[in-house]
Design a protein around this ligand. Structure first.
Ligand SMILES: [Zn+2]
Length: 127
């Protein structure tokens, strides 16, 4: 992504911002163009709590390029209080001690480093 494109994306990357459908109130994260519940196309930004529950997870031992230094780490499906499901890395914990149903919260963290360009985004950690 170009630098200008990255800056345009910044609000969505630095806060957990979803989109609330004006037609039916469904919350989408990440935001989408068309509501999958009512077909509406009108949304308003909605900051999400970042609080949720770990529904399921898997431990990555052979990560893709750019993530080598982080293995082993856990990737999990988190159900936020708002009902939205998010796939994200689980951090600040020993992956072997995670359990399904654990309470987690979103944190901003370095996602990866690519040729001196450091990318930040959200991860979740045990709450
Ligand atoms: Zn809708």
């Amino acid at each position: 992504m170009s630098a200008s494109g990255y800056l345009r994306e910044a609000p969505r990357r630095y806060r957990l911002e979803g989109a609330a459908c004006k037609g039916c109130g469904a919350i989408h994260f990440p935001p989408r163009a068309v509501c999958d519940r009512c077909g509406g196309r009108d949304f308003e930004a909605r900051e999400l709590s970042g609080e949720g529950e770990l529904l399921a997870y898997t431990i990555i031992r052979h990560p893709p390029k750019g993530f080598e230094g982080q293995a082993p780490y856990a990737i999990g499906i988190v159900q936020l209080k708002e009902g939205v499901r998010v796939l994200a890395q689980i951090t600040d914990c020993d992956p072997a001690e995670l359990r399904e149903g654990a309470k987690v919260e979103a944190v901003m963290r370095r996602i990866r480093e690519d040729g001196g360009f450091i990318e930040y985004g959200y991860k979740f950690r045990p709450a």
